[in-house]
Design a protein around this ligand. Structure first.
Ligand code: ATP
Ligand code: MG
Length: 491
């Protein structure tokens, strides 16, 4: 989890000092000089914490509070008031602000406040996450590429040995977290917590108390004893994300947990024993980090017991269509745009040719955006981002029409499975409904329709399977399966 902070203040000096200091703590910071600019950004991207000045050039900050709340009630707002303006501070709190800061404030005070917010909300959101995971743990790992089939086998193996430490490696967006979750939910620990911690998002000392908890009085802010995530994950799985960013003292402490399955809370004097499986993930080059001396070798070997490497999407391009369709299905429902039934052929070509530096997450985002933008029944190149269209210059895409002149060629367009057009499905029968004929068998009937359609399409493509699969909206694997199933020749 990275922390996104928005500062809404028209005084440049304040914007600058706050931004500098927050960024040095590793937070993502955006600044806005008026309410309008902020709101338009916030509607689209949201923020975890908003520092909101009450006196803005175009509005009163307090007037924005209900709007922020309406857009995202989870967002935490800290209102910045003039010194001694108690009335405004009180109104802000009544309107749902988390806290207020009286100007002039010192940077230390701001930093402490942010840490307090993260600390109280991190654990809360971890537990909430856990709840969500329980509900969504069957979110599938999609893909028919050979590497994904092997991956599924590896996940099953890792799940079986539920004490084995697992290291998941792969570029950003390749599905590391998804895999970690699958391992947990297929393992004997499934009904115990799955807790994820991002080592890069929280600074060293704070992360230490997050992970291991602290005793009352361990440091200035420790007003009461707090359990760490290791204790909360007891019996379950702790997912340590971005493990390459762990600082030196935490590496020692983690090594001890891995070796001895025990640790001490910050400021604590007795050992606490836990039974937690550790799954870590990274997109960093750990070998290089070891060479540079920023990662302990002994820790690396302890983490790297069972390694799972996730392939970048560009190395399994044959899965792009399948993933894209699944995301389309998801977003068309979410955004109530169920009239979008598939992709134009040109859009598909662009999607298959692109390299996806952000991997599956990038593809997901592309489809989300396209569903929002698309006004016709098919996702066309016009709704795809420019990066994909850069490929248009290559010879293969010369024929793709530009956004304005584009026409939709429904004959060859490829759609998602449509569930709600039952009229279309039934209408071909007219009065001659096959299920009223004697000896009708549903399964046999569907099989014969499948076979018939596949045969017809193959005839149309002169036996070219890749083209046939494209027309049918199947992957090559799925088409092969159809051919085998119906006893047709497979080469
Ligand atoms: N094989 C897959 N099938 C379906 N969805 C996938 C697959 N791989 C990744 N995704 C989706 O892609 C998005 C990114 O996945 P995830 O967060 O697991 O990636 P990550 O490797 O942890 O990325 P990062 O390094 O940026 O943290 C998620 O929405 C996830 O559901
Ligand atoms: Mg991740």
């Amino acid at each position: 989890m990275s922390v996104n902070i928005a500062i809404v203040d028209d005084e440049e000096m304040i914007q600058w000092t706050l931004k500098e200091s927050m960024e040095s703590e590793g937070y993502n910071v955006k600044t806005f000089e008026n309410g309008r600019n902020f709101l338009s950004f916030f509607k689209e991207h949201g923020a975890d914490i908003v520092f909101l000045d009450v006196r803005l050039p175009d509005s009163n900050g307090l007037d924005l509070l209900p709007e922020i709340n309406r857009i995202d009630p989870e967002t935490i707002v800290v209102v910045m008031t003039a010194h001694g303006d108690v009335e405004t501070a009180v109104s802000a709190m009544k309107l749902g602000a988390y806290d207020y800061l009286a100007k002039p404030y010192n940077i230390e005070e701001v930093n402490l406040l942010i840490k307090k917010i993260i600390q109280t909300n991190l654990v809360k959101s971890q537990l909430q996450h856990y709840q969500e995971r329980l509900e969504s743990h069957f979110s599938q790992i999609l893909g028919e590429n050979y590497s994904i089939k092997i991956l599924r086998e590896h996940i099953a193996m890792a799940a079986k040995t539920d004490h084995t430490t697992v290291l998941i490696r792969g570029e950003s967006g390749t599905g590391k977290e998804l895999v970690a979750r699958q391992i947990h939910f297929q393992s004997g620990r499934a009904d115990k917590p799955f807790i994820d911690v991002n080592a890069a998002a929280v600074s060293g000392t704070l992360l230490e108390s997050e992970l291991f908890g602290h005793e009352k009085g361990a440091f200035t802010d420790a007003q009461k004893q707090k359990k760490g995530l290791f204790e909360l994950a007891n019996g379950g799985t702790l997912f340590l994300d971005e493990i390459g960013d762990l600082d030196a003292s935490l590496q020692v402490k983690l090594l001890r947990v891995l070796q001895e399955r025990k640790f001490r809370r910050v400021g604590g004097t007795s050992d606490i024993h836990v039974d937690v499986r550790i799954i870590s993930a990274t997109n960093a080059n750990l070998e290089q980090k070891m060479q540079e001396g920023s990662l302990r070798k002994d820790l690396f070997y302890r983490l790297n017991v069972f390694t799972i490497n996730l392939p970048p999407l560009r190395e399994r391009r044959d899965d792009v269509v399948l993933l894209a369709k699944s995301f389309l299905n998801e977003y068309r429902k979410e955004f109530s745009k169920e009239h979008i039934t598939g992709f134009s052929e040109d859009a598909l070509k662009l999607m298959q040719a692109y390299d996806y530096p952000g991997n599956v997450r990038e593809l997901r985002n592309i489809i989300e955006r396209a569903v929002l933008l698309e006004t016709t029944n098919l996702i066309r190149p016009a709704s795809l981002p420019d990066e994909l269209k850069n490929n248009m210059n290559s010879v293969e895409f010369k024929n793709i029409k530009t956004a304005d002149s584009e026409t939709v060629n429904t004959k060859n367009d490829i759609g998602v499975k449509e569930n709600n057009n039952s009229n279309d499905l039934l209408s071909p029968f007219g009065d001659d409904k096959p299920w009223h004929k004697p000896g009708f068998n549903f399964k046999d009937y569907i099989d014969s329709v499948e076979k018939h359609v596949v045969e017809e399409v193959l005839k149309e493509t002169g036996g070219k399977k890749t083209k046939a699969a494209e027309i049918l909206g199947l992957t090559r694997f799925a088409l092969r399966h159809q051919l085998k199933k119906h006893g047709m020749v497979v080469d």
